[in-house]
Design a protein around this ligand. Structure first.
Ligand SMILES: NC(=O)c1ccc[n+]([C@@H]2O[C@H](COP(=O)([O-])OP(=O)(O)OC[C@H]3O[C@@H](n4cnc5c(N)ncnc54)[C@H](O)[C@@H]3O)[C@@H](O)[C@H]2O)c1
Length: 387
């Protein structure tokens, strides 16, 4: 993205809002790629067709698109009476391997195929753990993935790995705090400006602060609630904006919001009520969002994994739950980390911890299934069973 505008002025912000509204519509109506370049009066723009920022609607965008002269065309959105404009290149064709300077930010050479080919996804908390694994699988299956995490360096490391494995359009990173409204808004805007829209939100970022009623401090309870519960509301609130815009122009388009919940969202968890309460609440949000968003073709479902025993939350040698539970004597008779692990494995009918690939199977099922919403799908090896 080549931006010459610093977005300090009202005009520049009006232009950005107009571009954010236009991009998901153009991408949906073209079924292809978009890229945007903000410009100003010093850099005159040449384009095939112009659209006034005051007049953005599904009808005006559809009409302008139908008048574009070729499959690869350029479009300006401008603010009347000012020098502010943005050039949007839009293309229905893939460019093969040829770099096209006029479409430098489109997706030349991106030949990935797969079950989510061409879809745009945000995965929150994707610097490590389940989130990093989910992001990897979505990119492997052809998606453009935004790696969003409070840990900006970790997010960039994951994104760089995915670009290395799947090509330069597979991923980019955003530093985001999902419990901060402004940060969430900016995460969604960056996604739309870079990739052109949003099809999948995987609401994965989550934290645990365990403790009994006597131990739990209000600040820890509120932190868990803000990251696991309130943030799900914030991410859904901003994610649906581009999803609805795409649907407005293409009435059969569908999108997905997927919450990574937990088996602790299906049954209470001893001395872990802050976490379990936030996850039970997440299922209430999932069902309620599903009812509200069905008319926009946005499916909302939760995946409820069992314990990810190989992941950093459990296996970190310094602060992982195995070490913590061993030290706290939580598992009677356990003398080693291995004893603690065996105890947790023995609670699972299928005899092992949950893995990222188990969660990914559920996510791909949800995305491919066009006739289900508001569900909480257990992926627990049989440890939790629905009534
Ligand atoms: N690990 C398990 O056993 C397990 C089991 C069931 C469900 N889950 C759920 O899966 C999800 C991922 O868990 P994990 O074990 O991979 O966790 P993890 O601790 O390995 O990774 C969580 C990621 O979220 C990020 N994060 C934390 N707070 C954030 C914030 N405010 N904004 C943005 N990013 C933030 C962290 O930096 C980290 O990269 C969570 O929702 C968790 O509740 C985990």
């Amino acid at each position: 993205m080549d931006s010459v505008i610093d977005f300090q002025s009202k005009e520049a912000n009006d232009l950005k809002a107009a571009v954010l509204a236009v991009l998901p519509m153009l991408r949906a109506v073209s079924g292809g790629y978009t890229c945007v370049r903000f410009t100003d009066s010093d850099k005159p723009v040449s384009a095939d067709i112009s659209l006034n920022a005051d007049d953005i609607s599904a009808d005006s965008v559809k009409k302008a698109y139908s008048e574009l002269p070729s499959e690869r065309s350029r479009f300006t959105v401008f603010i009347k009476g000012t020098g502010y404009g943005a050039v949007i290149s839009v293309s229905r064709v893939s460019y093969g391997d040829a770099e096209d300077p006029d479409h430098a930010d489109s997706f030349p050479g991106d030949s990935r195929d797969g079950r989510v080919k061409g879809k745009i996804a945000i995965v929150t908390g994707a610097a490590q753990g389940f989130g990093a694994g989910i992001a990897d699988s979505l990119a492997r299956e052809g998606a453009h993935v935004v790696i969003a995490d409070l840990n900006g360096d970790g997010a960039e490391r994951t994104a760089a790995e995915l670009r290395e494995k799947y090509g330069k359009h597979a991923a980019f990173s955003v530093t985001a705090n999902v419990s901060d409204e402004e940060s969430v808004r900016s995460m969604v805007e960056k996604t739309v400006i870079r990739f052109g829209g949003l099809d999948i939100l995987v609401n994965n970022a989550g934290i645990v602060r365990a403790g009994s009623l006597a131990e739990m401090q209000k600040k820890d309870f509120e932190l868990v609630t803000s990251v696991n519960y309130t943030a799900y509301f914030l991410c859904a609130k901003y994610a649906v904006i581009p999803m609805k815009a795409a649907r407005e122009i293409c009435p059969d388009r569908m999108a997905d919001i997927i919450e990574i919940n937990s088996k602790s969202g299906l049954a209470g968890s001893n001395k872990n009520f802050a976490y379990a309460g936030s996850k039970f609440g997440g299922i209430g949000l999932t069902q309620s969002f599903a009812l509200e968003l069905a008319e926009y073709g946005i499916k909302v479902n939760a995946v409820c994994p069992g314990n990810f025993l190989d992941g950093p939350l459990w296996s970190d040698p310094e602060k992982g739950l195995f070490v913590q539970y061993l030290r706290a004597g939580k598992v009677k008779g356990a003398k080693t980390v291995e004893d603690v692990r065996k105890y947790y494995e023995s609670k699972v009918p299928l005899g092992r911890g949950c893995r990222t690939e188990d969660v990914v199977r559920a996510i791909l099922y949800i995305i491919e299934q066009q006739y289900e919403t508001g569900q909480a799908i257990p992926v627990t090896g049989g440890q939790e069973m629905l009534n």
